[in-house]
Design a protein around this ligand. Structure first.
Ligand code: SF4
Ligand code: SF4
Ligand code: SF4
Ligand code: FES
Length: 709
């Protein structure tokens, strides 16, 4: 490491690496220099002049946000001249500012308010009429109030650099400058809300949150987004048992401040009018509302009758339910219902990857690897649409560390903009494809990908390390071949098998497949897969949080029990439907696409619905089987998982304090016969996520969701 630079700030000796900005060096010494336009991680704008400091031997005050430290530099941040400069800057910023703080969404969380409180003048000398322009709506979720804007340009940089979208710009000049959207009068973008989040004032506001509450009236609950496999932490602002806002308030978690449109806004499925609130049971051929005790009695009787008669059970689990629920469900199936017909919709071949990496340690990448490693290779997926956080991390790695990014896919992807090499394979999407929000509809085979990999072999070999992400274009033997290719490069390579949903990975880890028990232990038994169970003449089929009859297949099972939030195609066919809680209404853990376990925390209660774990526990109790399964409390089941599932011996304090603990599944062969054809990704884009996406009003409202259909 280069020698540290020594300087003095407010009489304190400070040491910092060369190139450090004075504003950051001061922070390490506990000295705050106020700033608006400066934002760590984005390019410098020097637009606001709030960070002016005195520097010895410099004729004028300097902006601490653009000034690198120098040996022997003497900086003063606490002089009468600096105080006057700050006050002057604030006075200028307030000349046209409407001072509508009592009704502004940002009130209480506004950086301008805070700065004026600390450094500003108590009264204004500006008596002229303020320039006023009416508020504008740029999209269903983005509103812009120009008079409140302090022209710090954070929003433009967040969108350009952070999101790689570049949908915002500035029009006009001087006091009438305005932040403008990319398509005429509206936005066509990712609708991620990052611009709103980063705005230091209330100039950009959210269509879903504006004028609903004051920030201090909410309870803030840190939990995990339930839409895709990336596992972003989201802070849900709740009031009176309702979710009012989603953001990542304290910037903690694997995603820092990032959230995509789904994490920030699409929690709204939870209070959709179609949510099931009462159990339903089929009476004279029709589903009718019944009490919980009646419904549980029917289920328990049906299950016991099937057991007594030696009938066959099928159990279909979910990609969204928690690890505890998945673990309990497979235990219930195997130990109480005595069936190995248990499966879920597999969206990526994690099992083949774990098997192929047998004997190699440290080869499963984490989300932070995508930010830290020197080179990243994306195979197949359009990361920006299908795995927004992973894509964000790769972009940040390129911006901050000049990472070498390689993209091989059938259609164009956002990574093309900065990749050192982009290779198109197979048949690309038709050029008439009207939207850049749709998943590239191109087709490519694994052979196409391997051909492209050979083309890139020498360049990849020259890298010092690599992270490889692959989607369901690679399964079974092709995953092994891919790992062999990685090995042949002679450099350290880590992998990520992309899976679709919030607990797709946890469903595999917890043994929701016939072939494997929790922790990738072979079950040694055969069992029916999802499609086979749907088509089979089973005596009883129990579906928890999945919709296997979505395609319209006819029901075959003699007795069908469904736990779900909505009356899905599957639930509509059931004998008993039990209303289930969403991820935002329960406690537990989920495992993201990179195998990192994080805690779900209940934010609200929804009338009538119960967490799937509780429902299963009640069924067990009703059947007299509760003792065999143990308590259905999330913490107790998680403790059992930590003790018995290989790879899940993770430290409790990490989970309990809202951190992410990386699991290390197995390090040995997984000797089972797997069916690659069962691995099918849904390739959801930014504005879809299975059943949950179907019931999100926001996702339907934004124009891009229509463009991408
Ligand atoms: S919502 Fe996201 S993508 Fe759209 S303008 Fe704001 S930052 Fe850019
Ligand atoms: S809208 Fe907000 S973030 Fe954008 S320039 Fe104005 S004050 Fe800054
Ligand atoms: S990237 Fe995935 S986990 Fe993160 S906010 Fe978006 S949908 Fe949720
Ligand atoms: S923070 Fe330095 S000029 Fe704005």
């Amino acid at each position: 490491m280069a020698d540290l630079v020594k300087l003095t700030i407010d009489g304190r000796e400070v040491q910092a690496p060369p190139g450090t900005l004075v504003i950051d060096a001061a922070k390490t010494a506990g000295i705050e220099i106020p700033a608006f336009c400066y934002y760590e991680g984005f390019s410098l704008a020097a637009a606001c002049r709030m960070c002016l400091v005195e520097v010895e031997k410099m004729p004028k005050m300097m902006t601490a946000c653009t000034l690198p430290v120098a040996e022997g530099m003497v900086v003063k941040t606490d002089t009468p001249a600096v105080a006057a400069a700050r006050k002057g800057t604030l006075e200028f910023l307030l000349t046209n500012h409407p001072l509508d703080c009592p009704v502004c969404d940002k009130g209480g969380e506004c950086e301008l308010q805070d700065m004026v409180f600390r450094y500003g003048a108590g009264e204004s000398r500006y008596l002229e009429t303020k320039i006023h322009t009416p508020e504008k709506q740029y999209s269903p979720v983005v509103f812009f109030d120009a008079p409140r804007c302090i022209l710090c340009f954070r929003c433009i940089r967040a969108c350009n650099e952070g999101m790689g979208v570049g949908a915002l710009g500035v029009v006009f000049r001087g006091a009438v400058s305005e932040i403008a959207p990319n398509v005429g009068d509206h936005l066509e973008c990712d609708e991620c809300g990052a611009c709103i989040d980063i705005c230091p004032v209330g100039a950009l506001t959210s269509g879903t949150y504006r004028y609903k509450t004051r920030p201090w009236e909410m309870t803030h609950v840190g939990t995990i987004c339930t839409h895709c496999g990336d596992g972003c932490k989201t802070t849900l602002g709740t009031r009176n048992d309702r979710i009012i806002r989603g953001n990542n308030r304290d910037h903690s978690g694997i995603n820092g401040e990032f959230l995509c449109v789904k994490g920030r806004y699409a929690f709204d499925f939870y209070d959709h009018g179609d949510r099931l609130q009462t159990p339903l049971a089929r009476v004279n051929g029709k589903l009718e509302e019944v009490s919980w005790s009646q419904a549980l009695e029917v289920v328990a009787k049906g299950f016991k009758k099937t057991l007594a008669g030696g009938g066959s059970f099928g159990v279909i689990g979910s990609n969204h339910t928690s690890n505890e629920e998945n673990f309990y469900l497979q235990k219930f199936a195997r130990e109480v219902l005595r069936t190995n017909h248990i499966d879920h919709h597999r969206t990526g071949d994690v099992v083949a990857l774990v098997d192929a990496l047998s004997g190699k340690t440290g080869t499963l990448a984490t989300v932070s690897d995508l930010y830290e490693r020197k080179a990243v290779l994306v195979l197949g997926a359009d990361l920006a649409l299908e795995h927004p956080l992973l894509s964000y991390q790769v972009r940040a790695n390129f911006r901050h560390h000049q990472a070498h990014v390689y993209a091989i896919s059938a259609g164009t992807v956002r990574e093309d903009k900065y990749a050192v090499a982009s290779v198109r394979v197979g048949t690309p999407a038709p050029p008439s494809d009207p939207s850049r929000f749709a998943h590239p509809q191109g087709e490519a085979t694994a052979a196409d990908y391997f051909g492209a990999l050979e083309q890139l072999r020498d360049r990849l070999k020259a890298e010092s390390e690599l992270v490889v992400l692959f989607d369901d274009s690679f399964k079974g033997g092709d995953v092994h071949k891919l790992v062999e290719f990685g090995e042949s490069l002679g450099i350290p390579v880590k992998y990520i098998a992309l899976v679709d949903y919030s607990n797709s990975r946890g469903a595999i880890d917890m043994g929701l497949t016939p072939e494997l028990l929790p922790g990738y232990k072979p079950s040694g038994q055969t069992g029916l897969t999802v499609d086979e169970m749907v088509a089979a003449d089973l005596a009883a089929l129990w579906v928890v949080g999945a919709n296997p009859y979505k395609s319209g297949a006819a029901r075959q099972a003699g007795f069908l029990v469904v736990q779900d939030m909505f009356l899905t195609e599957t639930a509509a066919l059931a004998d008993v439907v039990l209303p289930a809680a969403s991820a935002y209404e329960k406690n537990g853990t989920v495992t993201n696409v990179t195998g990192e376990v994080q805690r779900l925390k209940r934010a609200v209660n929804t009338m009538g619905a119960k967490p799937d774990l509780e429902i299963m526990g009640f069924i067990a109790r009703e059947m007299g089987a509760a003792a065999a399964l143990g308590p259905w409390l999330p913490d107790v089941v998680f403790e059992e998982i930590r003790k018995t599932v290989r790879g899940y011996e993770i430290p409790m304090p990490v989970i309990a304090t809202g951190g992410a603990a990386h699991t290390t599944p197995v390090n040995g062969r997984v000797p089972v016969e797997l069916r690659p054809d069962l691995v099918r990704s849904d390739h959801n884009g930014l504005f879809a996520s299975g059943t949950l996406g179907r019931y999100s009003r926001v996702l339907h409202k934004v124009v891009e969701s229509r463009l991408s259909r």
